[in-house]
Design a protein around this ligand. Structure first.
Ligand code: ARG
Length: 619
């Protein structure tokens, strides 16, 4: 159980075994020298690179973080055991070395035991070498074990090098309520985009706004009646929504308004300059407001796409191709794609009045995106309610024969139940964030002394509040529904966002509280062998798993994999404060422990940033 460090040790074992096999053939059996003493790795680290790349035949792609050229998989590791069984177990001559302290057999498997001192040294060192905060290379001139992680943070890997992913998420609607689906898409999508980057991909973050359709006709009419330029500029999202609610109420009583709205939308579709001018102002001001909101959440987009921007030509090309593939039929003037053969029903792709619809825009947009970006992967982060839509949409692309159709993926998620604040049901992201912030602020001000020490309580309560919202969202498997519960998510008790922030702050405080204990410039001087208590070893072990945790999360796109890692680490660290004291210890030991906590802080903070959180240093 070696976590992300497995490869370093696997390589060790493989080298030994390969050497063994060769020697087996070359040497008379009575002279078998199965394991040679390896060079001291600590020494080798400082001098020339001692770990020669070994080649291991295995079909699986490399999963290592530490050595991209080395192929290793848990499966092949086990395949080695027959060699080991035959040659090694019969030999009494295993010589412990710096990496492997002993070798035993249990239930048909051979266990190689890690030398904990070397393990401590490597894990902590790799964390520091990859740390973006410090330019540790400059300090001791040693190349990090993991080139890929360098500068990007420990745990990152280069498996996606040279590949490009488009991640579409958030995709809110202008002038319509912001619902739970948007909240989740925003949170999960931001995480996923970071996760792709951590796995070495180039990422383009796309927000595909719901900025087109008949509701814009209504909105334009409403704006003439109830609109205010000032309010539009101040908060377009809220103002347009208010206008929309008002005009909708009027339209209920007077259906003629709907006809007018349709006529206005037709003008937009036909490219009428005045109609489009008004619509563009709605869109632009909405984006300004949205960007502020995303920035508050530590999220950004590279592209603001939108249903409005899909070109009519692209849509036409798609519908023509469907026709060519004989997939279309008509019904009362509307054009439909027949997917009944695939149990996906019939889908309208063009309405009787000639206006486009949602799925046709998606078809056109996908084509344009492929032509523009030539992506290797395109992910749609959309609620599970749209599973059927995505199935139809993807099926159509496949039937149209696009070779890139299989690069598209729908990442879905469940619903949020009972999403309401004290003021009523939620309409805006702002409301949710405000509610979470107020709740945190209330809790913080209960402790007057502590509260006074916080430099900017507004900012801090905002950050903890949104951490609470995000962690609640990402704690369970994506597909699960969950209950929106402000008081539970903002509690410091239990596995919550505030608890993670608190743990990070506490880790940051170790150095502050012990200003006289300093890490040496040359970190190889830290006596990591002193970190021998079970608690210390548990922490180092979990830190070592982080690179693998990032790969695991990438397999099924579950943010909960990272969240669970954070909680495990926080629990271990909080159990360690008593046993692994820094204060009042003999210097070498104090330094070693401080080093352990600094590394824990680094890893927790990068896991938090992967989840789009802003790690706080004080609270
Ligand atoms: N704006 C849509 C909605 O709120 C979600 C868009 C999802 N993305 C897509 N390419 N269809 O329902």
């Amino acid at each position: 159980r070696l976590g992300g460090q497995a490869d370093v040790w696997a390589r060790r074992v493989v080298e030994e075994l390969e050497g063994t096999a060769e020697r087996q053939q070359a040497t008379p059996s009575n002279q078998r020298d199965l394991f040679v003493q390896s060079k001291d790795p600590l020494q080798a680290e400082r001098g020339e690179k001692e770990l020669a790349p070994a080649t291991l035949d295995c079909a699986t792609p490399p999963i290592t973080s530490a050595s991209p050229e080395f192929s290793y998989s848990p499966a092949s590791f086990r395949l080695l055991t027959p060699i080991a069984d035959k040659h090694l177990l019969s030999s009494p001559q295993f010589t412990p070395n710096a990496y492997l302290s002993k070798c035993t057999s249990t239930g048909g498997f051979v266990c190689f035991w890690v030398n904990p001192e070397t393990f401590n040294f490597h894990v902590l060192r790799q964390i520091r070498l990859a740390s973006p905060q410090d330019d540790v290379d400059a300090q001791d001139g040693v190349a990090p074990l993991d080139e890929a992680a360098k500068g990007k943070g420990y745990g990152c890997n280069a498996s996606g090098k040279g590949k490009k992913a488009l991640i579409e998420f958030s995709s809110v609607n202008i002038a319509k309520p912001f619902h739970a689906g948007h909240l989740r898409s925003t949170i999960i999508g931001a995480f996923l985009a970071n996760l792709y980057e951590a796995n070495g991909w180039e990422v383009i973050r796309v927000n595909y706004l719901g900025d087109w359709g008949k509701q814009f006709g209504l909105l334009a009419l409403g704006f003439r009646k109830f609109g205010s330029e000032e309010e539009l500029e101040a908060d377009a999202i809220k103002h347009l929504y208010d206008v929309y609610v008002k005009i909708n109420a009027e339209a209920e009583a007077d259906p003629a308004i709907h006809d007018e709205a349709r006529a206005f939308f037709k003008l937009m579709e036909d490219g009428d300059a005045e109609a489009l001018g008004l619509w563009k102002r709605f869109r632009d001001f909405s984006i300004i407001k949205l960007e502020k909101m995303y920035a508050r959440l530590n999220i950004h987009f590279d592209v603001y796409a939108g249903e409005s921007l899909v070109s009519p030509e692209a849509m036409k090309r798609q519908v023509d191709l469907l026709e060519e593939k004989k997939l279309l039929c008509t019904d009362r003037g509307a054009v439909l794609a027949n997917l009944e053969e695939y149990k996906l029903g019939k889908v309208v792709v063009r309405k009787a009045d000639g206006t486009s619809i949602y799925i046709t825009r998606d078809l056109g947009e996908a084509l344009e995106r492929y032509e523009k970006y030539k992506f290797d992967k395109m992910v749609y982060v959309i609620a599970a309610q749209q599973n059927f839509h995505c199935q139809q949409f993807f099926k159509m692309l496949e039937l149209m024969g696009y070779e890139w159709a299989d690069k598209l993926e729908h990442v879905n998620f469940g619903m949020v139940l009972g999403m309401s604040t004290r003021k009523g049901t939620v309409k805006f992201l702002d409301d949710i964030l405000q509610e979470a912030k107020l709740s945190m602020h209330e809790q913080m001000s209960k402790n007057e002394d502590k509260y006074k020490q916080i430099e900017d309580p507004e900012h801090v309560s905002d950050i903890i509040g949104q951490t609470a919202v995000k962690i609640q969202d990402m704690s369970a498997k994506r597909i699960n529904d969950y209950e929106f519960n402000i008081s539970r998510m903002t509690s410091f008790e239990g596995d919550t966002g505030p608890y993670i922030q608190y743990s990070h702050v506490r880790l940051c405080s170790v150095q502050r509280k012990n200003p006289n204990i300093l890490l040496p410039e040359d970190l190889t001087q830290v006596k990591t062998s002193l970190l021998s208590e079970p608690k210390a070893r548990e922490i180092i072990y979990i830190l070592s798993t982080y690179p693998q945790v990032i790969r695991d999360a990438f397999v099924d796109y579950q943010p909960s994999t990272i969240v669970t890692f954070c909680f495990k680490l926080c629990h271990l660290v909080s159990q360690a404060w008593e046993t692994l004291k820094v204060q009042g210890q003999e210097e070498e030991l104090a330094v070693a422990r401080l080093y352990l906590f600094v590394c824990s802080r680094d890893v927790l903070s990068s896991a938090m940033r992967l989840l789009s959180l802003t790690p706080l240093e004080r609270m």
